[in-house]
Design a protein around this ligand. Structure first.
Ligand code: UPG
Ligand code: MN
Length: 463
């Protein structure tokens, strides 16, 4: 048996799921449609309505295997989509082995043409069919996939989930990692590329409108990727009226097309608005983590639920003010270690001495840097500034030979762990400083003189 599969992890995507389901009917899909959902996060009355209306041939509760992002930092700060914390749960598609083939559609897709022919494609269970992602076309977008459920693949995906951070923090990164191993390094791809018209994703920074105009009639599925969805009320209202947006069909833009489908929904006498009202009546508790699903009895802390624009709530407290005088790290609440320069027993002279030594050490290290001297006086033969033209311009007085390795004084900086006890380390530092000091002082003096000389020369030459 084959089926279309949709995913509803949370109430906020309900309008999307309803629209995809309606669009499948509108495009005369002949295959059943199954819904994977999180019972903890989808309103019970909505689910009851789904069950009664037989809108879906199978309602599959995946609460026993909700997968939370294994790379939340990437999700939040690189992909910028903390709201996708649970989309790795898509992996559950591969364990539905009672289905021989699934055509998976994200809740923010809009099928525009019949897709039944996808079920006739023959491929191996270790492969996946998907269209390229508009942001990185060598990878696939995981919003539309043709796949064959298979326990080996499911287990391998779970192993990857447990062992390796998804590179986008969500499902698309992990699935591409799995089906596109060794991309750019000779790996054999198990991704079968569907044409872009099977998952037309446009981003707001670059849209290739001429192609959209040329091929719109061929687009099978449009996909509203990104954090703004057509059902976000304020946003969609704006976009539907935006005259600058490209009209794709019947003088309508894609948002208008989505709404046309959405507004035509009617399930057992309920309009889409009535269904939405049911779903918004009581907010169910959100799943905190995978462990929270497993340990049902133990109350878990609630994760921040990030809603889309329409659901955005004002923060309850003012953000903390930046305190310039306290430095960058004060909020980290780290305990402070003792700083030598803050030791009250240390005299002002001692402090001065330490600083001086540090500088000397640095100057000495820098003097060890090997830099090749110029072959000729490049500036006098290629003048840029007027004084560079002067015949009186001195040749460089100092030269450095080519740097081949790190200066020894830097590479030999002692590492505390190499010494058995503190006093041994202190002795080492003392003896090293003694040995280097005279030479370093001389060099500093010489350098200072040369600097002074050079700046005087330049002052004389400057117009
Ligand atoms: O709170 C949520 C979040 C997601 N979903 C489901 O998960 C899907 C993926 O989220 P979506 O907002 O559609 O992600 P995209 O903006 O499409 O982002 C891209 O990146 C995601 C993370 O890798 C992939 O899941 C998508 O397929 C890919 O298009 C949705 O369509 C829903 O089916 C929910 O039901 N509730
Ligand atoms: Mn999507």
């Amino acid at each position: 048996m084959s089926a279309y599969a949709l995913l509803l992890l949370e109430n906020t995507y309900l309008p999307g799921v309803l629209a995809v389901r309606k669009a499948l009917s509108d495009t005369k899909a002949q295959f059943p449609v199954v819904l994977l959902y999180s019972a903890k996060n989808v309103n019970k009355d909505t689910l009851a309505l789904f069950a009664a209306s037989k809108l879906f041939s199978d309602l599959i509760n995946i609460d026993d295997n909700i997968l939370v992002s294994n790379s939340p930092h990437t999700l939040e700060f690189v992909l910028n989509r903390p709201d996708l914390a649970y989309t790795l749960s898509k992996i559950n598609l591969w364990r539905l082995v009672e289905y021989s083939k699934l055509v998976y559609l994200d809740a923010d897709t809009l099928p525009l043409q019949n897709l039944d022919h996808l079920f006739a494609q023959n491929f191996d269970a270790s492969q996946v069919m998907a269209a390229p992602d508009c942001g990185w076309p060598d990878l696939f977008n995981s919003g539309v996939m043709v796949l064959q459920p298979n326990m080996t693949v499911f287990q391998e995906l779970m192993d990857l989930y447990e062992s390796t951070e998804s590179f986008d923090g969500a499902d698309q990164g992990l699935l591409n990692h799995y089906f596109n191993p060794g991309l750019y390094h000779g790996g054999t791809s198990r991704w079968l590329r569907l044409p872009f018209i099977y998952n037309c994703t446009l981003n707001s920074h670059y849209e290739y409108f001429p192609a959209l105009q040329r091929y719109f009639q061929d687009i099978k599925v449009f996909h509203f990727i990104g954090d703004k969805k057509p059902w976000d009320r304020n946003y969609a209202a704006q976009l539907r009226k935006d005259p600058s947006l490209f009209k794709v069909a019947d003088n309508k833009n894609v948002y208008e097309l989505w709404h046309e489908v959405y507004e035509s929904i009617e399930i057992d006498g309920h309009s889409q608005n009535a269904i939405l009202q049911i779903s918004e009546k009581a907010e169910p508790g959100h799943v905190a983590t995978v462990e929270a699903v497993e340990a049902v009895e133990t109350p878990q802390p609630q994760p921040p639920v990030v809603h889309h624009q329409y659901y955005y709530k004002e923060p309850e407290s003012e953000p903390e003010k930046y305190e310039e005088n306290r430095g960058e790290a004060w909020k980290l609440n780290e305990s402070r270690g003792p700083n030598k320069w803050e030791d009250p027993s240390e005299s002002e002279e001692e402090k001065e001495d330490t600083r001086e030594l540090d500088t000397k050490e640095l100057v000495h290290s820098l003097s060890q840097l090997d830099v090749e001297s110029p072959q000729d006086d490049y500036a006098s033969t290629h003048p840029i500034f007027p004084w560079e033209k002067s015949a009186a311009r001195q040749k460089p007085t100092r030269s450095f030979s080519a740097r081949t390795s790190l200066p020894t004084t830097l590479t030999k900086i002692p590492f505390t762990a190499a010494f058995d006890n503190g006093s041994e380390l202190e002795n080492y530092i003392a003896s090293r400083d003694q040995a280097e000091r005279p030479e370093t002082l001389q060099e500093i003096k010489k350098d200072e003189q040369l600097d002074e000389q050079e700046s005087q020369e330049l002052e004389k030459l400057a117009p």
